[in-house]
Each structure stands twice: as C-alpha cells, then as structure tokens.
Design a protein around this ligand. Structure first.
Ligand code: DGL
Length: 275
C-alpha cells in the first residue's frame, strides 16, 4: 500500500448479495475499530451463473460506487467476483488496495491439509475458471483439487434452509457427483460466500475427519496485514461504524443478512443505491 488514505475512511466490502456479510463479520471481529461499508448487489444476484463479461462489469460498477463514497481499501467478499474480476478491479481502482477471498481461502486449505485432496464447493463461474485449483496448486505441488458447482446451495442458504433433510440430501447429491471416480477429499473448501451457513449440514454428511475451510477469517488476516504494512490501521478505542448498502430489496437484505451477520438488521439499516 503506497498511497496514503485517511485512516478513518471505511474499508469497503462488496458481494453480489448478503453472503459476504460473513466476511464483514470476520473483519469486524479481527479489526473492531475499523469503519466498514458493505455493498450487496442484490438487484443482480446471483453472479455465479452469469458470463465473465457481465460479472466483471457488475463488479467494477459496485467497486466504483464504494470508491465514490471514500474507502481506504476494497475487499471483494464474493468468490465469483474474486475469481473472475480481481485483476480488472485492481487495475480500475489503482492505487487503492484490493483483496479477494480466493487466495486467502486457498492458503487456509493448504495450511489445514498440506498435500491434501481438496474439494472446492463453489458457483458455476468460479468452477469454470478453476481459480481455487490454480491458487492451491501454485502453493502446494502435492495437492490434488476437484471443484464442484453447487448452485442450489446458494438458494438453500438464501432461503434459510440450512439444516434438516432437504439440505442434507442436496449436499449429499453434490458430494456424490464430486466423488465420482473414487475421489476422496480430506478438505472441503467453502468457495462461495453463502456456504458457511451450511457448514454444520456439510459436517454431518462428511464426518469429523474432513477439514472444512472457509476464507472469512484468513481474508480478515490479509486485511490486517495490508493495513499494517501500509500504516493505515485505525487506532481509535471506540468501535467503528458499519453501513449497509444494497441495490434492491432492503427488507430481504435485512432478513437474510441478519442470519449471515449473526445479529438482527432492519430495513432501516439498509440504504438502497443505484449502480
Ligand atoms: N457471492 C457469490 C460467491 O461467493 C455467491 C452468490 C452468487 O452467485 O452471486 O461466489
């Protein structure tokens, strides 16, 4: 981080919807003094089934909206946008630091299971680009990686059906498909913002010996390191502010977002913006 920004400026966090609030929560717990502004592009969710060109365009519009508000760093909490558009976002926002979730997620998986067999559960777009495979294999030559698109898990998380028979059967169906040919994972990477909500249900299906990795806390560490190395940490004693922006559906954002955040939100907490 070479450019100097006002330390009180918020960290911008962006996702296609509310799932990235799991990343916001991890940043808040790692860096409570930081001001945070979150933008969920709920009008255009899901990104995971869109073409790379559309995802890149949407991601740049959302990032520019946050940059307009004044931020000192951008966290791309969306795996799909991180996989597709990270380089374009960095070029567009330069010199603002931009951190995605794929690299921290891959690092966490390699740390949890060196030389491991990793199964990445993600959206279609993330799987198509093999972003996790590339990130893991560049860190660990011994690792084997398989990626499985699980679009229906996004809907399950959005609907709040995160446990019980329906969730278990859908998870089992995807895992059976992923394990075809005898692949046996000893690490499962939750390569989509929505999947941390399904962690317990996935745990029930795979048992205790498989590591289940998500990128939220490693991304929060990466945010800390970047702020520290640039001398941009906010040192105030009081807790930072949080603002929530969405491109559609404040009531739904508040209802579903509260589950991801772990505390209630109301529609009054959510400001609607146009991109
Ligand atoms: N935020 C997306 C991700 O992490 C999941 C939802 C979507 O498809 O937009 O990949």
């Amino acid at each position: 981080m070479n450019a100097k920004y006002d330390k009180d400026l918020p960290i911008g966090v962006f996702d296609s919807g509310v799932g990235g609030l799991t990343v916001l929560k991890a940043i808040r717990s790692e860096l409570p003094a930081e001001n945070l502004v979150y933008l969920g592009d709920t009008a255009r969710l899901p990104y995971g089934t869109k073409s790379p060109a559309s995802i890149e365009r949407y991601a740049i519009q959302a990032a520019e909206k946050l940059a307009e508000q004044g931020i000192k760093m951008l966290v791309v909490a969306c795996n799909t946008a991180s996989a597709v558009a990270l380089a374009a976002l960095r070029a567009d926002l330069d010199p603002l630091p931009v951190i995605g979730v794929v690299e921290p997620g891959a690092a966490a998986a390699v740390h949890a299971r060196p030389g491991g067999s990793h199964l990445v559960l993600a959206t279609e777009a993330t799987v198509r680009l093999a972003a996790y495979s590339n990130a893991i294999e560049s860190r660990d030559e011994q690792a084997t990686v398989r990626e499985q698109a699980c679009e229906m898990l996004v809907s399950l998380a959005e609907e709040g059906w995160t446990d019980g028979d329906i969730a278990t059967r859908i998870i089992r169906r995807y895992l059976d498909e992923a394990n075809e040919g005898g692949f046996e994972a000893n690490s499962i990477i939750l390569g989509c913002t929505h999947f941390p909500l399904l962690k317990e249900a996935i745990r029930e299906v795979v048992g205790e010996t498989v590591a289940i990795v998500d990128s939220a806390s490693t991304t929060a560490h990466a945010v800390r390191e970047t702020l520290q190395s640039g001398g941009q940490m906010r040192t105030a004693r009081e807790k930072g502010d949080q603002r929530f922006l969405a491109t559609d559906g404040a009531t739904r954002f508040a209802r579903v977002g509260g589950q991801f955040l772990g505390h209630a939100l109301t529609f009054r907490d959510v400001e609607l913006v146009d991109l």
